[in-house]
Each structure stands twice: as C-alpha cells, then as structure tokens.
Design a protein around this ligand. Structure first.
Ligand code: ATP
Length: 334
C-alpha cells in the first residue's frame, strides 16, 4: 500500500538554470566525427553477438553491468543537461545502433546521496518492456562516471514542445494520454508506481510517440519507506501533500494533472504566490476547467482528479472513455 512522504519542495526549475555540475566543468566526452561507414540494421546493443554485456538480475536481485566501455561507442552531440550529468547521442560501434548515453559523475551522485535512488531507478527500468516506456539497455562505469545506455528519443522533451506550442489540441492530447494510460497500466501490473509523472519526464521518439523516461521516484509497491520529495508540487495528489499513505492511484491523479496541463498549458493547481497556496488548492481539489475544453475531456479530467484515491477512474476505463475513443480509434494498439 504505501509510503509516507516528507515534503521538501523546490520550485520547478527550467533545465537551463540547473546548477553548474562537474559534468559541465569537466567536459571530457568530446563529440567524435561521424564516420561514413554504411549503417547496418539497428538492433539494440544488448542483443548484439559476442559483446552480450546484458544487465542481469542475479539472485539477490541486484542489477549488474558487465563489460561495456566508453570506447564501444561513438559519441555525438549533447542531447541535454540534467541535474547530475549530460545525455549524449551515441552509436554503438559494433552494431551501429543509435542510442542515448547518460553520463553522471560518481562524485556528484555521492555528494547528493542518490546512489541508492539511481540503483533503484536502473533496476526498475532495466526490466520494463513497453512501447511507451524508454528502454534502458544497460549501464557501465569507469573510475569517475556512471553511464546509462538508453533508447534514443529523437523529438526530445514533451515539456519543451508544450512550452513552444502553449498547449496541445484535444486529438494530440488524447493520443498522449492513451499512450500514458497504457504504459501506467503496464507498470501497475508489475507493481511499479511511477510517482513522478510530469511533462519534464516524458520524451518523444522520431514518430512522435511518447516515452516515460525518468524512474527516479518510482517504487515497487507495497513500499513503506519514507522519502524526501524534491521537485514541483503541482503534480502531487492530496494524499501525498498531506503525508498520508499512498498507492498506485497517485499516478491516476498525475495523469489528470498532465491531461489538464496538455490542454490548458499550465497545471490545474499552480499558484505562483506560494507552495502553501498550491498545497491548499490540491487538498481542496480547487479545479477550474476553462470553457474551451470539451465536455468529454473535462469529464475525464474530473474523473481522474478525485480527492479519494479509490474514486479515480481506473486506467483500463481511461482507455475506454468516450473522449479517448473519439480521438484514438485503437487505444490499445498505439
Ligand atoms: N534518451 C534520450 N533521448 C533523447 N534526449 C534525451 C534522452 N535522455 C535525455 N535526453 C535529453 O537530455 C536532457 C538531460 O537528460 P537527463 O536524463 O540527464 O536529465 P533529466 O532527467 O531530464 O533532468 P534531471 O536530472 O534534472 O532530472 C533531457 O532533458 C533531454 O532533453
């Protein structure tokens, strides 16, 4: 059933204002010239032949990496900066497989005491296989850094697209929400709660399909650990801001917040005055849906943003909702 939460809320930081990290100061992964070799068919590096450095899950359920090293990859452009490092476009030399390489400094992981969190993130994400969940193919490390080999999402962050466009149309939103509902349903069946659904954690691949990308706050349910929550308050459900027990229904609430933000451009309980004000609006479910949102869309948002977690519309019913049906002919096949 759940985890007790300690709140330690910070403002939603635009990525470019992230604090300077070792990764920025010590830029050692110099992009290499792209080779002109013809491309072979792309297969995930894990499935490549003799290098088979697949992450394995041993009996004590610790995830292990084997043998990958930085020289197995050609490094391309910087895809972006996170709090703890950078992501690079990369190509595995043996197979020409294109991927993203996320590089973090061990010293920073230690300094911020997030090694455990990262280990959990890697352990969870490695075992997930879903078209709308970003694949983590493997990881390796050297003396100073940890590297994650990730599926490449060519169209970048949903957050950036949303800021550029202001909001999304109902048909685009319905497609994203159906993809999210499918992915969350898969996670919940595996007893994983994501707990940090927001546009910053969603990427888009070359086809414009959505990929859940960040498992930093995910947990296996049931879970009884206490956690310090950093990040935006906007997506937290009443039970989490009130420090009560919570379960997988937290992701249903966040899906409602996400749907609102996609259609309106700002999250429903945002209050720029103070965190306290946002907290109050969440706890009261102080929801105002603008009149330009269609009645069917408003109905789905309202069914997800229910104070009582048991009253939130289950994910399978989200996929059957008339608004999804109207815009997404085959919500199970997307
Ligand atoms: N697999 C990927 N495909 C394409 N772009 C990516 C990929 N992974 C990361 N990026 C880009 O690089 C940026 C930094 O990624 P990173 O995972 O290091 O940080 P983050 O998780 O977005 O941020 P934070 O560390 O603050 O949580 C992302 O915001 C995104 O724009």
């Amino acid at each position: 059933k759940t985890a007790k939460i300690e709140l330690n809320i910070h403002d939603r930081q635009p990525k470019k204002h992230a604090a300077t990290t070792n990764a920025e100061r010590e830029e050692t992964l110099v992009p290499t010239a792209q080779s002109n070799q013809p491309r072979r068919p792309r297969t995930p590096p894990m499935e490549s032949t003799h290098t088979a450095q697949k992450l394995t899950h041993n009996s004590s359920s610790r995830v292990k990496s084997r043998n990958w090293k930085i020289t197995d990859f050609d490094i391309g452009k910087v895809l972006g900066k996170g709090k703890f490092g950078r992501a690079y476009l990369a190509r595995e030399r043996n197979t020409n497989f294109i991927c993203a390489l996320k590089v973090m400094f061990k010293s920073e992981l230690k300094e911020h005491k997030i090694e455990k969190q990262l280990r959990r993130e890697v352990e969870i994400q490695t075992h997930l296989r879903h078209p709308h969940i970003l694949r983590l193919y493997g990881y390796f490390h050297d003396e100073k850094r940890v590297y994650l080999i990730l599926e490449y999402a060519a169209n970048g962050e949903v957050y950036k697209l949303l800021k550029e466009q202001g909001n999304f149309s109902e048909s685009v939103t319905a497609r994203y929400i159906a993809q999210m509902a499918g992915a969350l349903d898969y996670l919940h069946e595996k007893h994983v709660i994501h707990r940090d659904i927001k546009p910053e954690n969603l990427l888009l691949n070359a086809n414009g399909d959505l990929k859940i990308a960040d498992f930093g706050w995910s947990v296996h349910a049931p879970n009884s650990r206490r956690h310090t929550l950093c990040g935006t308050l906007d997506y937290l459900p009443p039970e989490m801001v009130e420090g009560r027990d919570h379960n997988a229904a937290v992701d249903l609430w966040s899906l409602g917040v996400l749907m609102y933000e996609f259609l309106v451009g700002v999250p429903p309980f945002e209050d720029l005055q103070s965190h306290k004000a946002t907290y109050r609006r969440i706890a009261r479910v102080d929801l105002h849906i603008p009149p330009y949102v269609s009645p069917d869309a408003a109905d789905l948002i309202t069914r997800l943003l229910q104070y009582e977690s048991t009253n939130r519309l289950p994910l399978k019913d989200v996929l059957r909702h008339p608004w999804i049906r109207k815009h997404v002919p085959d919500p199970y096949g997307i």
